[in-house]
Design a protein around this ligand. Structure first.
Ligand SMILES: *[C@@H]1O[C@H](CO)[C@@H](O)[C@H](O)[C@H]1NC(C)=O
Ligand SMILES: *[C@@H]1O[C@H](CO)[C@@H](O)[C@H](O)[C@H]1NC(C)=O
Length: 249
């Protein structure tokens, strides 16, 4: 199996990045912060803190695929409502934190903000958990009761938002398809050739809010989002019955 090489920590001249001790994968040496070794011969990269799994010649993410008898297949789609949590063990301040709805945007950590009109009251859902439902044709909506629903979309700069109750308005250049949610897996942005999600720390030029926020990354915006960290979004079935809120605000 893998053993530690005696080459201990290697310092790279640029910046102050310190590589961990290199390990052996068969004849090859590798840095275990960037790769995982399978069967002492196959290296798969670590992306968004996930060491990719290995299936018969291919590296794959458990947020999207499964390997049975050496055959890679997509996980089944999530058919019921779900909640999302951040996954990236290399980003401990967010790993495991919920994705929350507030101010018509999705945030990482923080609190869910919702509203229920008093006439509807005694039957209001608690509204303190952010839940999403995958729609047909790659769409997704908030798991709400309000007539017309609240659609999930990428804003023109690929921040993740949802429509206001009683309105289908999305700014010109928004994207409301190309999402996939997998049972036992993740919520995936298939737009822009699968560059995945990033968590971006709060900053003045970003959307107004105290929390880290969620962007979809692609070949065009990767450079401008280089202050952000790649993450996966883990799908967990929503434990309640019916809608999770009347409307998210
Ligand atoms: C939401 O509210 C329910 C019912 O009041 C409570 O049991 C649950 O712990 C709350 N969940 C969160 C995440 O606040
Ligand atoms: C990538 O996202 C940006 C917004 O940040 C968008 O303007 C651009 O069209 C997207 N590029 C691709 C290839 O989808």
């Amino acid at each position: 199996m893998t053993r530690f090489s005696l080459t201990a920590a290697v310092l790279i001249g640029l910046g102050h990045r310190v590589l961990g001790a290199l390990e052996q994968c068969g004849p090859a040496q590798y840095d275990p912060t960037n790769y995982v070794c399978w069967e002492n011969q196959f290296l798969c990269p670590v992306t968004a803190g996930e060491g990719l799994s290995y299936c018969n010649g291919a590296c794959y993410s458990k947020f999207m695929y499964t390997c049975n008898n050496n055959i890679l297949s997509l996980l089944p789609p999530a058919e019921s409502a779900f909640t999302l949590t951040v996954s990236n063990p290399a980003l401990p301040q967010l790993d495991g934190k919920p994705v929350t709805a507030q101010g018509l945007r999705l945030w990482l950590g923080g609190e869910t903000k919702s509203y229920c009109p008093s006439v509807v009251d005694p039957n209001c859902p608690p509204g303190n958990v952010t839940s999403i439902v995958a729609g047909g044709f790659g769409g997704a909506g908030m798991n709400t009761m309000v007539p017309g629903g609240q659609q999930v979309y990428l804003t023109p700069d690929w921040n993740v938002g949802y429509t206001q109750a009683h309105s289908a308005y999305m700014p010109f250049g928004s994207t409301s398809t190309g999402f996939a949610a997998y049972q036992g897996g993740g919520f995936i942005n298939l737009n822009g050739n699968g560059w995945g999600w990033v968590a971006c720390p709060p900053r003045a030029s970003g959307p107004a809010g105290p929390e880290w926020t969620l962007y979809g990354r692609n070949s065009t915006n990767a450079e401008s989002l280089n202050y952000c960290t790649p993450i996966n979004l883990k799908v967990t079935p929503y434990p309640g019955q019916g809608a999770a809120a009347w409307q998210y605000t």
